[in-house]
Design a protein around this ligand. Sequence first.
Ligand SMILES: [Zn+2]
Length: 409
Amino acid sequence: MKAGPSQEDIRRHNLGTLLRFVHLRGPASRATLAESLGLNRSTIMALTADLTAAGLVREELPRRPGRRAGRPSLVVRPESTRVYVLAFDVGVDRLAVARVGLGGEILDRREAARAQQEVDPADLVNALAGAARALVRKAGRDAVCVGAALAFPGIVRRADDRIMFGPNLDVGDLPLGEALSRRLGLGVPVAVCNDADLGALAEHERGAGVGCDDLIYLHGDVGVGGGIIARGRLLGGQEGFGGEIGHMVVNPGGRPCACGSRGCLETEVGERTLLAHAERAERPGETGRDAVRAVVDAADRGDIVAREALHRVGGWLGFGVANLVNIFNPGLVIFGGTLRDVYLGSAAQVRSVLATSALAASREKVRLRTAELGDDATLVGAAEFAFADVLADPLQVLARLREPETTLS
Ligand SMILES: [Zn+2]
């Protein structure tokens, strides 16, 4: 017979649940916590005392006291400036590093444009580590980094965070997470994840997808990535390679793709194709988000070529979405990265193809939305991923960080 959870297991679970609540929803009174978590007030008090002692939350009088007579319920607030993670976003055309506090606030950030050419892995690690160390130096002396994660536009093996395929950004065999973690010397590992998976996570927890447990996030960079949340969990498949929506074939006779196939969604709706259709592919210096936005702006102003380009791309995007709607029956499809602009410029076409190609039962309730977190979706997702361990077992993670051999650098 399997033994049930011990008192200690329950306490650890509850500590994580309480911390997660204030991390995602913001400061909450003891009364609200008791009601929302289904725990009694004395349990909340004991849990809060433990988290306060660990420096993860603090309790204070409410800023706007209620009208009721008597002692107001203390408000539990995450220690946002003291407890933080490092989030890295390696885009094809930009690098971003942020220090994100418990509670989700971006406390500080650095960003740099990146030329879309060959990348030297050592240079990449140097640039990321340098920016991160500058952010860490500006944090208070008592601030503690509890995790780090990096969003990467490629296929990442879950077992060892190894990048298996980055068609638009080749870093070879480099174990990016390990190399970066060593250079940071903070005693925290750096998890490496697919950027669109992290975008999905971020929109689910903090963006357009809050409250929707079955959603699909489509992320446009030079390529197209996808993240699928099913029943509240990220769908990765056997080894974590799942959700590669960009390589779903929508046009078998279409353009060749970097993956070796033809007519993948990303070859039909990606930045290069849009710019080629819009007769802007040859314009020097016009690439990335700005170039995509320029096409959408031109179409808005009545430019026929730009309109036609968006119409064609929107049609393929519609086929892609129709397939996804038929297979996963999502409540929500979210367009992020450059696809946010592409969708805004071609929504009518996407919806029209969806109406003719998706099963009526599945398409009836699906909502199409743009990413609420905008360009920060993948960065915010990296931060959320980095917080996962401390939210699952707060005291254990802090104890591990305080072991002398891991705090040295
Ligand atoms: Zn492909």
